[in-house]
Write a protein that binds this ligand. Structure first.
Ligand code: FDA
Length: 411
């Protein structure tokens, strides 16, 4: 009975028990605020649990504002500086969670993962919430929000009512609706006349039209280390390139390099892939021709890119037979096909598989130190709900920790 009474009158109501919401709740609870967190899912931190293949890429050592997209990427600077990746690492260390940094071909990527399981992070956060006196109500949504005096009256899905001085919206974006993503934060923003920027799936595989797909289907499962660039006409802000793995799939292209570039790509535009970055394919084929002209061209190309890809490219460029029979013109065509492959996706796999939502609650309406809505004191938006979207590699969780921490200092 006492619990029910106190749950109905709190200082802070956080909606969303994801990375950002739990972080804000812990910080506010530690300040002595009476905090309640509601979430319509039956478990907290589900995206943390499934992320990074179950090991959660929880931050990136190189995290900074340059790793984020949004109408005003500088907005993230304050929170990222005040609660950094190193602060979160200290927290993980304090909880005794072992971690490692991912490397690729001996290169450190700055991406930190749990050695054991992402569940350890969820447990750390739920333990910290309990220790800070935060009340967590699962399987509980929100049906209505009303402004009441200085605070908010919130009607929950079970019909009960909560009055709170501060309302923290931490319900994430629209990606993976199967996991309960709703885009509800945008409805709350609109209710309070706060603009929401255009939202679209990001960190998502790109898809091809049927004709192109038919020619590329035999390559499904082939992976290459590639450099993939966006090719926007005139839109400087969307020029980007990423050097990471690229994967051919039954629907189009995926892999880290493609997920990264998907955040910059727009309908009608091409992406340009270099599938042997830094290698002069023409010179290498010419040298192979000089040393062993009897070698089949697809075999020679197969020493530069995976064999199946080499065969497909030779077929597409009508390059068959032995190297000795091929002119420089054909070898240059192969060079282009490998290192300047411009391809126009027709779309993305959408929110079904997107790791994040690009766009969200307009940062111009929020205070960058506290995440509080400038025009509505007591209302906060944090995490993925906000128009701050990170690259692949632990940046999105860092934004969730940093923005949640920032709100938690004042809400
Ligand atoms: P998040 O989505 O985590 O939490 C929102 C919470 O609100 C959820 O618990 C949800 O149930 C709840 N909710 C939603 N609507 C509600 C409503 N109407 N009422 C009540 N509750 C509601 N990032 C990264 O940095 N490293 C990584 O390894 C990965 N990996 C990864 C894998 C996959 C498959 C996905 C989909 C995403 C990632 N990400 C990632 C992105 C990362 O998961 C994401 O950016 C953060 O979880 C965002 O944290 P939030 O707390 O803002 O939202």
């Amino acid at each position: 009975m006492t619990r029910a009474c106190s749950d109905a009158l709190v200082d802070v109501l956080v909606v969303g028990a994801g990375a950002a919401g739990m972080m804000a709740a812990i910080e506010a609870g530690r300040r002595g605020r009476r905090v309640r967190v509601v979430d319509h899912a039956d478990r907290p931190g589900e995206k943390i649990r499934i992320s990074g293949g179950g090991r959660c890429n929880f931050t990136n050592l190189g995290c900074g504002p340059a790793n984020f997209l949004g109408e005003n990427p500088r907005f993230a600077t304050s929170a990222l500086r005040r609660y950094t990746q190193h602060d979160f690492v200290k927290r993980i260390d304090g909880a005794g969670i072992a971690w490692h940094e991912k490397t690729q071909n001996g290169r450190s990527l700055g991406q930190l993962f749990c050695d054991d399981s992402a569940k350890q992070i969820v447990r750390m956060l739920t333990d910290d919430m309990a220790a800070a006196g935060v009340v967590l109500s699962l399987k509980t949504g929100v049906t209505r929000i009303e402004r009441s005096g200085e605070g908010f009256t919130v009607i929950l899905s079970d019909g009960s009512q909560v009055t709170a001085a501060s309302l923290v919206v931490a319900t994430g974006g629209k990606s993976i609706p199967k996991m309960g993503a709703t885009g509800w934060a945008y409805e709350v923003a609109r209710q309070f006349d706060i603009r929401v920027t255009e939202t679209r799936p990001a960190l998502v595989p790109l898809t091809f039209e049927a004709g192109l797909l038919e020619t590329l289907t035999p390559l499904a499962g082939v992976a290459v280390d590639a450099s993939v660039a966006s090719a926007p006409e005139g839109a400087k802000a969307r020029k980007a390139s990423f050097n990471e793995a690229m994967l051919f799939t039954h629907r189009g292209l995926s892999g880290p390099a493609i997920l990264q570039i998907s955040s910059y790509w727009r309908e009608g535009e091409a992406v340009v892939a270099s599938m042997a970055p830094g290698r002069d394919v023409f010179e290498e084929l010419k040298a192979a021709k000089a040393s062993n002209g009897k070698q089949a061209v697809h075999t020679a190309l197969g020493h530069i890119v995976p064999r199946r890809l080499a065969e497909s490219l030779c077929q597409r460029e009508a390059a068959s037979g032995n190297l000795a029979d091929l002119s420089d013109k054909v070898l240059r065509r192969l060079d282009q096909a490998v290192n300047a492959w411009a391809v126009k996706p027709v779309g993305t796999e959408g929110y079904r598989t997107a790791e994040v939502t690009l766009g969200g609650v307009d940062t111009a309406a929020l205070d960058q130190q506290t995440m509080q809505a400038k025009a509505i004191p007591g209302l906060y938006f944090i995490g993925e709900a906000v128009d701050v979207t990170g690259w692949l590699g632990g940046y999105n969780f860092q934004w969730a920790w940093s923005s949640g921490w920032a709100a938690g200092q004042v809400c």
